[in-house]
Design a protein. Sequence first.
Length: 278
Amino acid sequence: MIADTDSFTTDTHSTITDTHCHLIDEHFAADTEEVIGRALKAGVTRMVMACCDCTEYVMTRELCGRHEQVLLPTLGIHPENMADDIDSQLDEMERLLRRDHASLTAVGEIGLDLYWDKSRLDDQKKVLARQMLLALEYDLPVLLHIREAMTEFIDLLHNIYNEANRQGKRIRGILHCYSGTIEQAEEAMTMGDFWLGIGGTVTYKKSDRIEIVKHFGLNHIVLETDAPYLAPVPHRGKRNEPAYTACVAHFIAEALGTTEEEVAQMTTANAKKLFNFQ
């Protein structure tokens, strides 16, 4: 059975972190404040605002500024948001990062996506590599969107790992909406401090993501929604929102034979370790 969010209330012993959402999306234009209120009521006390390009970043900062310590801003260029002139776009992203890095939670949403289009793979790799190196420079974690491209990502990650070693550093971040294999996740974890982002898809009947959770355990996962996308059961097919992170916590707790509070505590502890918030 999947619990509805009405069964959850804010509790200082079991607060939840949604490590990936898009509250500036047009689907939230009419009721953003109500959505945030429902999340808080459901115990979701922090929401990491994944940002997909520099234009979006302006809106992200404005909304996060109205909800400090609740909405946490990020900055990045998503592979589907690459401009034709990627060098100028990257220069602008770097300028903003240099200016605002002290107030940012992560570099993201960045990554590789070969689901729709493989023609710009070299551009995608260039944009991802530069942003990951910037994350290393400013000691920020990365929010990684890797779709149909884990092999290509692992190849790129070897280069990042070597550069990080040269600098005496280590890349860290979240493999958002993780869709790869156990073996690929294990290989990535040897080259960086990565957690697996687990969201609504874990509740889907034909999904095998719960096997990933069982294999790695709570120490290696964080919760997320990707709202407004990928709503969990019983909200599948509807607009997703951060409050539904509680549904994911409930599903995982039942699958692992533990409590919702344990899932909330462990995954939020992981998020705190990654993002360095209190």
